[in-house]
Design a protein around this ligand. Structure first.
Ligand SMILES: Cc1ncc(COP(=O)(O)O)c(C=O)c1O
Length: 407
């Protein structure tokens, strides 16, 4: 990949510049009733077709609000995937609940619905599926199970703006949906997060966490009385204005990303030892990451998959291909192994928690295998087009063709 060929993301156009400068000219930089913040909330709710949205300072903050709002608290367990970004696991600790991890489906890398039932206890409060890299998790069995067992579903759609499951946009299917609008995302806002829900009570509880424990008044007035423990998770006007401007062309962005990925897929089809990212017929993938799966067995190479994966990834990096580092086996992180939590063993030693939970990474062999095989390619966004996709495909072909020498 020739140096300098990649055009950076987010693409910043004149519209974005004037949106941000407009905030400075207006002179209103913050506020729960700031015109950009409330505009972003209204625009995102409309784009998704939901009743409520809260614009937060990060996706992590929005996850915290969502979990607290569905009632996850001391003594409760929340079931989530073993494979995601840190926050999908750690945010469960924020309201003092205990994460229970579940292994993933081998091919999609998303939470395996068939394994959720066996982890439900009388303490389980919610399930938190993650739409990994833009591919919706298999939500139907999760929703059916959750409804039957009285559990809330918090969708972590941080990586999957606009992805669809059975024709519905993710984030709108569970009780509450969370998006990150970190600058890397297909919908970039710099830093930021968006919580959406159709449930008035969830919205009201989330709003208390969002703003100092205060009850959010419809007319924007405040009584400054904390009704619950609350944080300050509001986003600022500058970020909100930038995000709104990007949202204006999110459909265009998603279409360009999907076209880029389709093109790259055509160039990589049939390469031995490689599988393209799965896109089951009942879902659309928005490719925040374009993740190839290695099948070194197919090449007749007698080496551990992990070793082959490492060789491929480091060769690709040497070729100038940017790969993502943020897919993590969360239960293997130091925090969970040492139960560092809030100190003194909390929330696991909290008097309200009566369960036992294990965080042995060996319990998640499919997540481990998925990680060993994954080649998560970062670049897919406009204004990059076929030239970059071709270049990347060529690099992948080259590395695969020489894998036996690399090893
Ligand atoms: C799956 C997932 N959940 C949560 C987050 C947290 O979002 P943020 O970085 O905006 O806090 C991210 C961030 O990339 C993510 O990928």
């Amino acid at each position: 990949v020739p140096e300098g060929i990649v055009r950076p993301w987010p693409e910043i156009r004149d519209d974005d510049r004037s949106a941000v400068l407009g905030v400075l000219d207006r002179g209103i930089l913050w506020g729960p009733d700031g015109p950009e913040l409330t505009g972003l909330q209204a625009d995102w709710a409309a784009w998704l077709g939901v009743r409520h949205c809260l614009a937060a300072s990060s996706g992590t903050a929005a996850l915290h609000m969502a979990l607290a709002a569905v009632g996850a608290g001391p003594g409760d367990e929340v079931i989530t995937t073993a494979l995601s970004w840190t926050s999908s696991g750690t945010s469960i600790l924020f309201p003092n609940a205990v994460p229970v991890f579940v292994d993933v489906e081998a091919l999609t890398g998303t939470i395996d619905p068939a394994r959720i039932g066996e982890r439900i206890t009388e303490r389980t409060r919610a399930v938190l599926p993650v739409h990994l890299h833009g591919l919706p998790a298999d939500l139907e069995p999760i929703m059916t199970l959750a409804r039957a067992r009285g559990l809330a579903v918090v969708e972590d759609a941080s990586q999957a703006h606009g992805a669809e499951y059975h024709g519905a946009k993710v984030g709108t299917i569970g009780d509450v949906g969370v998006f990150s609008i970190h600058a890397s995302k297909n919908f970039p806002g710099g830093e930021g997060g968006l919580l959406v829900t159709n449930d008035d009570a969830i919205f009201e509880r989330a709003a208390r966490i969002w703003q100092f424990g205060e009850v959010l008044q419809a007319d924007g007035s405040r009584d400054y009385d904390a009704h619950a423990v609350g944080w300050n998770y509001r986003t600022c006007e500058l970020s909100a204005a930038f995000a709104r401007s990007q949202l204006g062309r999110l459909d265009e962005t998603i279409a360009a990303v999907r076209a880029n990925c389709r093109h790259r897929g055509r160039r990589l089809a049939g390469v031995a030892g490689l599988r393209l990212p799965p896109e089951p017929a009942d879902r659309t993938h928005t490719f925040w990451r374009y993740t190839l799966r290695l099948e070194p067995e197919e090449l007749g190479l007698d080496v551990p998959v992990a070793e082959a994966g490492q060789a491929v990834r480091s060769a690709l990096r040497a070729e100038g291909v940017e790969l993502y580092d943020g897919d993590l086996l969360i239960p293997g992180m130091t925090l969970f192994r040492e139960r560092a939590g809030y100190g003194r063993g909390c929330p696991w030693t909290c008097g309200h928690f009566r369960g036992t939970v294990s965080y042995d990474p060996a319990d998640f062999p499919r997540a481990r295998d998925w990680l060993d095989r994954a080649v998560p390619i970062v670049h897919r966004t406009p204004p990059n087009g076929r030239e970059l996709m071709d270049c990347y495909a060529e690099a992948v072909r080259k590395v695969l063709a020489h894998l036996d020498e690399l090893l």
